[in-house]
Design a protein around this ligand. Structure first.
Ligand SMILES: *[C@@H]1O[C@H](CO)[C@@H](O)[C@H](O)[C@H]1NC(C)=O
Ligand SMILES: *[C@@H]1O[C@H](CO)[C@@H](O)[C@H](O)[C@H]1NC(C)=O
Ligand SMILES: *[C@@H]1O[C@H](CO)[C@@H](O)[C@H](O)[C@H]1NC(C)=O
Length: 289
């Protein structure tokens, strides 16, 4: 009997009628203006409802300096707690001695490195629901929600996705902003003339008495940041940067990335500050892409 082999080649041709109109680095974004979670399934969630932080997922920094420039503050584990169903990351005016150096401030830092579960891959979406402190120009600090490719130990990282950054100062116009929000990608790129820049999204004013969700949809050729489900800004691969005079374009690394939260402390901090994270979750598309 003759054996007949059938080869079914299934071409999944998905025509997306893109109606994206949110701002981008130049090229029209292929990600939706509004994130639709019905197209996704949840593959990870930490809602911080247990008594202690789950250290299978998260590592907590203690007596940690992220950068060599970091001289006024140090990350300590006391600034990371679970309280009332939130991950609470704080920043304090508090003297600490470490390795014969004195630090006047402390902040909290956790990341999901060295874990099995919490890393983000292409086409996935990550989101955290966060409440930030009210802005006070004389009493500053900068909480953040970030992602970093897995294989880099030291700062500056070749890439750093700041999914949420509470910004206090616009370097371009040399002006402080009350109640501002920004997202940006931090990039060091040595294979194209050692170009290191921040791709900074526009700022957004929010009501900081409320929680907001800060999300990121990571694709091979594009990264889109969402605030409360609405696309805020897209970084499209190979587009010119926000700072064309620096002459490099957006490049998205191929590595898996891990997640983290931290509190950068300014010298002007007076009263303790708290970032409350209600949950963080990762969604993956229902359909194969
Ligand atoms: C901690 O996280 C791991 C990895 O995501 C998970 O398998 C485990 O169930 C979590 N433990 C608790 C107590 O939630
Ligand atoms: C810490 O504060 C003291 C004053 O209390 C000041 O003299 C010192 O320079 C500060 N240290 C740093 C690293 O800013
Ligand atoms: C993550 O952890 C691994 C293993 O400890 C390490 O090699 C890598 O450099 C770390 N990445 C970052 C960005 O800390």
């Amino acid at each position: 009997m003759k054996k007949i082999g059938f080869h079914f080649v299934i071409l999944g041709l998905l025509f997306v009628l893109s109606s994206a109109s949110h701002p981008s680095t130049g090229t029209l974004s292929s990600s939706p203006d509004w994130f639709n979670e019905n197209d996704y399934i949840q593959i990870f969630k930490d809602d911080f409802n247990s008594a202690q932080l789950n250290t299978t997922c998260w590592r907590v920094a203690h007596n940690f300096l992220k950068t060599t420039e970091q001289s006024n503050y140090i990350y300590t584990r006391d600034n990371v707690i679970i309280q009332d169903g939130n991950l609470v990351i704080s920043a304090k005016h508090q003297k600490v001695d470490f390795n014969n150096k004195k630090y006047n401030f402390t902040g909290g830092f956790i990341d999901s490195n060295s874990t099995k579960g919490v890393s983000l891959q292409f086409n996935q979406y990550v989101e955290a629901r966060i409440k930030l402190p009210e802005y006070d120009e004389k009493d500053l600090s900068e909480p953040g929600f970030f992602a970093i490719p897995i294989n880099y130990e030291s700062w500056p990282h070749p890439t750093e996705y700041q999914i949420m950054k509470y910004s206090i100062f616009d370097a371009n116009i040399q002006k402080s902003y009350p109640y501002v929000y920004n997202t940006f990608i931090y990039y060091q790129w040595v294979d194209n003339g050692d170009c290191r820049i921040q791709y900074r999204s526009p700022y957004k004013k929010l009501d900081f008495s409320k929680y907001h969700t800060y999300g990121m949809l990571l694709k091979e050729n594009e990264v889109t940041f969402y605030i409360d489900g609405e696309a805020h800004f897209s970084y499209v691969a190979n587009d010119p940067s926000n700072s064309p005079k620096l002459g490099c374009s957006v490049r998205i690394p191929k590595e898996k990335i891990f997640l983290g939260f931290d509190y950068v402390v300014q010298n002007t901090l007076e009263t303790p500050k708290y970032m409350l994270v209600d949950y963080v979750r990762i969604l993956t598309p229902k359909k194969k892409q």
